[in-house]
Ligand binder design. Sequence first.
Ligand code: ZN
Length: 225
Amino acid sequence: MRSLVTMVAAVGLLLGAAAPAGAHGRVSPDIVDTASGRGNVVSLTFDDGPNPPDTPALLDVLRRHRVKAVFCLWGDHVVAHPEVVRAIARAGHTLCNHSMHHDDLTALTPEQIAADLRATSAAIRRAVPHARIPFFRAPYGAWGASADVAASLGMRPLGWRYDIADWEPPGTDVLVQRLLDRLTPGAVVLAHDGGGDRSQTVAAVDRVIPVLKAQRWRFTLPRGC
Ligand SMILES: [Zn+2]
């Protein structure tokens, strides 16, 4: 029995080495933009953090409303704020590789992209050892070869159904209205917790979640993780 356990553990290690994020080997390079589950489901995804104080404030909002989300992490910011990455992981949210420097990856070769994505995952795992990173999202949605490269590294490319365009903060009321008006069942929604002052996004999410829950929407993770 013990030898079987040892063997299974050894195979697990080998698989882990071949596919660092997806524990079960092959990952589809198809870009996923759909929330898991049926009916009125939505996945919240937040890009460009970690970014104190907005990311910790967002974590507090999500904790109070009991919602799990995906955080697409910018490697340079991971290096600057590893404690915030730990807080994200500790809260049970899902991690997504968003490249090291937020470059336009369409200008890079597959080898250069692979080096960037590996460096980003390594930075995340320096903050959170053995972190599961099931997703990759290309900066600007400029995929180039990165969807295939990410899949080969065990990360599913994560797209989105709509972007609330909060990179130029239009006011919390406008963000709330965008979130409520544009929502369709199964949408993966893109918002930002980093890359600038995201306090309006945090406030909007805090207001929108109870409204949607009252309308029986459910918050699920994207398919494929
Ligand atoms: Zn981004």
